[in-house]
Design a protein around this ligand. Structure first.
Ligand code: GCO
Length: 255
C-alpha cells in the first residue's frame, strides 16, 4: 500500500453504513487500513454488518443513532470519548429519498429529507470537528453530494435542495476548518445501482434516460465510488479542500 493511500492507524465513522453504499464505503476504507465505526438506525442490521467486516479481518464497531437527532449524536460521541475512540475520518453518507411533486409534498416529508442529508451532515461533523481541533490531529470529512447538487429533475426537490446545501456546507467546513489541517470534500455519485434507486432501475423509461444521459452509457456500480472515498480519506488529498469529485460517468461534463 503506498503511504499516500494508507489509512492504517486511522478510525473512520461512516453514517448510514449498515448496508448499501455506506457499507461499501466502510469496507473500502477498512481495506485501506482504517478501523471503521459503522452507523445505522436498526441494531440487528448494524450488528450483522459489523460481524461481516470483522469476519473479513477488519476492525469494526458501530453505534445506533439517527443522524437527524442531535441528542443521540452528542451522546454517541460522548460514548466514543469514554471508550477512547477518536474519529479521524467522517463519511457523511446517511441518506433517504422522497419522490413526489412539490405541490403534493407535505412539510414533514420535506423536513425529514433536509434533516437527514443536510442537518445530519452538520451535526455529525460539528461533533467530530470539535474533537479533531481540540486534539490538533487534523481530519477528513467526505460528504456525499449528487448530480442534484448541480442540476434538478422533477419530483426530488427536497433531496435536490439538501444536496445543493451539502455542496455549500462542504465549502463552509473548508472555510472554517482547513486551518486545523482538516480537509472537507465530497463525492458526487451519478446514477448508481443502489437499493435507493431500485424503482428507477426497474423503470424502462428512466433506465433508458440514464443510459442516454451520460457518455459512459450505463449506471455506475457501488464499487466504482470506493477509490474516490479512499483517496479523499488519505494523505494523498491533504491539499484538496472544498471540492466535489463527481463519479458520474461523465454526465456533468457532456451536453
Ligand atoms: C433520483 C435519484 C438520484 C440519485 C443520485 C443522482 O431520484 O433522481 O435517487 O437522486 O440517487 O443522487 O446523482
Amino acid at each position: 500500500m503506498h503511504k499516500l493511500f494508507d489509512l492504517s492507524g486511522k478510525t473512520a465513522l461512516i453514517t448510514g453504513s449498515s448496508r448499501g453504499l455506506g457499507f461499501a464505503y466502510a469496507q473500502g476504507l477498512a481495506s485501506a487500513g482504517a478501523s471503521v465505526v459503522l452507523n445505522g438506525t436498526h441494531h440487528e442490521t448494524l450488528q450483522t454488518a459489523i460481524e461481516t467486516l470483522t469476519s473479513q479481518g477488519y476492525h469494526a464497531t458501530g453505534y445506533v443513532f439517527d443522524v437527524a437527532n442531535e441528542t443521540q449524536i452528542i451522546d454517541v460521541f460522548k460514548q466514543m470519548d469514554q471508550a477512547g475512540v477518536t474519529i479521524d475520518i467522517v463519511v457523511n453518507n446517511a441518506g433517504i429519498q422522497h419522490r413526489q411533486p412539490m405541490v403534493e409534498l407535505e412539510l414533514k416529508d420535506w423536513q425529514r429529507v433536509l434533516d437527514v442529508h443536510l442537518t445530519g451532515t452538520f451535526l455529525v461533523s460539528r461533533e467530530a470537528a470539535k474533537r479533531m481541533i481540540k486534539r490538533q490531529s487534523g481530519g477528513k470529512f467526505i460528504n456525499i453530494c449528487s448530480l442534484t447538487s448541480e442540476q434538478a429533475r422533477p419530483t426530488v426537490a427536497p433531496y435536490t435542495a439538501a444536496k445543493g446545501g451539502v455542496k455549500m456546507l462542504t465549502k463552509s467546513m473548508s472555510a472554517e476548518w482547513a486551518q486545523y489541517h482538516i480537509q472537507a470534500n465530497a463525492i458526487g455519485p451519478g446514477y448508481i445501482l443502489t437499493d435507493m434507486n431500485e424503482a428507477l432501475i426497474n423503470d424502462h423509461a428512466f433506465d433508458t434516460w440514464v443510459k442516454n444521459s451520460n457518455p459512459t452509457k450505463r449506471w455506475g456500480k457501488t464499487e466504482e465510488l470506493i477509490g474516490t472515498a479512499i483517496f479523499l480519506a488519505a494523505p494523498a488529498s491533504d491539499y484538496i479542500n472544498g471540492q466535489v469529485i463527481y463519479v458520474d460517468g461523465g454526465w456533468l461534463a457532456v451536453l
